[in-house]
Design a protein. Structure first.
Length: 403
């Protein structure tokens, strides 16, 4: 099903408890404040200050300055029980916003174009509600406000700083507002939800010369072109048809004149997959193809391959928990979308490698309000009704897990 088809589904009314429904004006206010002041990775100082100021006002214990700008809030019920972590990312993107809303970005070249302002708002409101209703659960809830999801990644340095310890987190949940799905739906599944995110850049070293005398050269553009084409055989012929993977070349730079054969060519791209078993095979085959083609033409190469995020893999029991809760908040069965995988990446994956958990999508598109632009688009925005729904789902997950 295409994004456009899904987003055209009629908007559904969610089931919110009165105390959370009453927070909706505050959710909109907080989200719009954050949206107007976007900050890039590891620069979320004003965002962190805003969060900390609210937590202090509400008397919520928290630690700041983790991995530069990260925050961990602790809501202790006072009764022994499990520890549940809730994660929200805070960073924006280097995009010039084209929306004309009153709350549009006031920072040139920076924009909350992926919904992280909404994620932060939902987590902040969840902290407030739980702090006012500690009798409704047992144990402890850790709310992790994480920097730099868009890259280079803030989850791993926060984990290394010990955010999953003292007390040890038993499980994690998190959500992503998702304009691929309409308001009133939740995308949740066990197993792989989002793909591993890896990248490469390669320089081909040939021998330049006159375009009219190709026999005197080693044509780097021809070689690079063959590599681009041959890399597509990795998914077509080396990955099982039952698995999903992507090898995309997104950069190709070469040449300075129409009558000159370039001595170097540069290509770069991204590699995505769900199955962790493909982790080693994909870069190995990529280099084998590059090496073989270069060798056959008498060229050399320099390859830089890096891994950004592993795949986001949900624990089956935690996915069942989120699904059972979501079914009480949105209309079912149409409100639950089980097959909602994407080749997009997310560093929530690092948390889910450490503890069992579930990351899920909360539908936020509303075509009738022209709020269905895709993520990372300069006109991205979402239906703010989703904010209260996110709080309700988080709170119900706490109440069901922390018993």
């Amino acid at each position: 099903m295409t994004a456009t088809t899904i987003a055209s589904t009629p908007v559904r009314q969610s089931q919110l408890r009165p105390a959370i429904a009453e927070l909706q004006p505050h959710l909109v206010e907080w989200r719009r404040h954050l949206h107007a002041q976007p900050e890039l990775a590891f620069q979320e100082y004003l965002t962190a200050e805003f969060i900390s100021r609210k937590l202090k006002k509400w008397g919520i214990e928290h630690q700041t300055g983790i991995a530069k700008t990260g925050i961990v809030a602790i809501i202790d019920s006072g009764v022994p029980g499990p520890v549940l972590g809730i994660r929200a990312d805070m960073d924006a993107l280097p995009i010039q916003e084209e929306n004309q809303a009153s709350y549009r970005s006031q920072n040139p070249g920076k924009m909350h174009a992926c919904g992280h302002d909404g994620h932060t708002t939902i987590a902040l409101a969840t902290a407030f509600y739980l702090s006012q209703n500690r009798h409704s659960f047992k144990g402890i809830v850790k709310i992790i406000f994480q920097p730099a999801e868009e890259g280079p990644g803030g989850a791993k340095p926060m984990i290394e700083a010990g955010v999953l310890k003292n007390p040890d987190v038993d499980a994690m949940i998190g959500l992503h507002l998702w304009n691929v799905l309409p308001l009133g739906t939740v995308g949740v599944r066990s197993g792989a939800l989002m793909a591993a995110t890896e990248g490469f850049r390669c320089t081909i070293f040939g021998k330049g010369g006159h375009g009219a005398m190709p026999h005197q050269t080693v044509d780097s553009i021809l070689i690079a072109s063959q590599i681009v084409t041959s890399l597509q055989t990795i998914v077509a012929r080396n990955v099982s048809p039952l698995d999903s993977a992507v090898v995309t070349v997104g950069e190709f730079h070469a040449g300075t004149a129409v009558n000159v054969i370039a001595d170097t060519a540069k290509i770069g791209g991204t590699v995505r997959y769900f199955n962790p078993a493909l982790r080693d095979m994909l870069p190995q085959r990529l280099e084998q193809i590059i090496s073989g083609i270069c060798s056959s033409h008498g060229a050399k190469y320099d390859l830089n391959y890096w891994r950004l995020y592993p795949p986001v893999v949900n624990d089956a029991k935690m996915a069942d928990l989120v699904r059972s809760v979501a079914e009480t908040v949105v209309e079912t069965p149409a409100g639950i979308v089980p097959e909602c995988q994407t080749m997009g990446g997310e560093d929530m994956s690092f948390f889910l490698e450490e503890v069992p958990g579930c990351y899920f999508f909360l539908g936020s598109a509303n075509l009738s309000m022209n709020l269905a632009y895709p993520h990372h688009h300069p006109r991205f925005d979402f239906d703010e009704t989703a904010l209260g729904m996110g709080v309700e789902i988080f709170v119900r997950c706490v109440e069901k897990f922390c018993i």
